[in-house]
Design a protein around this ligand. Structure first.
Ligand SMILES: NC(=O)c1ccc[n+]([C@@H]2O[C@H](COP(=O)([O-])OP(=O)(O)OC[C@H]3O[C@@H](n4cnc5c(N)ncnc54)[C@H](OP(=O)(O)O)[C@@H]3O)[C@@H](O)[C@H]2O)c1
Length: 161
């Protein structure tokens, strides 16, 4: 199964200058809890944006047409090749960025969206979602606090049958 996990602002913004829009420790904890011990799939730019390289305790797959290999991740050079590597019985998380979300959105069965209740000056956006195809199964509102500057909501959607 393919799942998408993303943190976006009120206008679907996801990044700026190859970085995340903000630092929300509560969202990073949520991301870690959901993805640990699973496969994560990302684009080369997102891989390069990670402060310490591949994410620990996860099988990291990086899509790139320019890289041949990486010391800490599996590099694949086409969408078809990634699909062959995935175990359909497992939950495989697509973790961005925009190019990779666009490739996988039509195949995803689950969407884990962290909606950040703010509008940033983003330069990278999540593609439009046709919500008529998705059923909201969980909604958890998190107010801002001393560690998390912006209020945000964890939303879990399942693709309708
Ligand atoms: N808010 C969030 O949840 C979140 C999550 C992840 C990322 N982000 C943000 O998103 C931004 C990066 O997104 P992005 O769209 O610019 O880059 P990206 O999707 O991370 O990576 C794009 C790269 O992936 C490779 N690629 C794309 N399609 C491919 C295909 N069909 N086959 C093989 N390789 C392919 C190419 O690498 P080569 O150029 O090497 O060929 C391409 O340059 C950053 O600002 C990052 O912080 C936000």
């Amino acid at each position: 199964m393919i799942s998408i996990i993303v943190a976006m602002d009120e206008q679907n913004g996801i990044g700026k200058n190859n970085k995340l829009l903000t630092h929300l420790p509560n969202d990073l904890k949520w991301f870690k809890k959901l993805t640990t011990n699973h496969t994560v799939i990302m684009g080369r730019k997102t891989y390069e944006s990670l402060p310490n390289g591949a994410l620990p305790n996860r099988k990291n797959i990086v899509l790139s047409r320019t890289l041949k290999s990486l010391p800490d991740a599996i590099v694949v050079n086409s969408f078809e090749q990634v699909k062959k590597l995935l175990d359909e019985q497992e939950e495989n998380f697509v973790i961005g960025g925009a190019q990779i979300y666009r490739l996988f959105l039509p195949l995803a069965q689950m969407l884990y969206i962290t909606k950040i209740h703010h509008v940033f000056n983003a330069d990278t956006y999540f593609p439009q979602i046709d919500f008529s195809k998705w059923e909201l199964i969980k909604k958890i509102f998190n107010p801002s606090d001393e560690k998390n500057k912006y209020a945000h909501t964890f939303l879990i959607y399942k693709r309708k049958k």
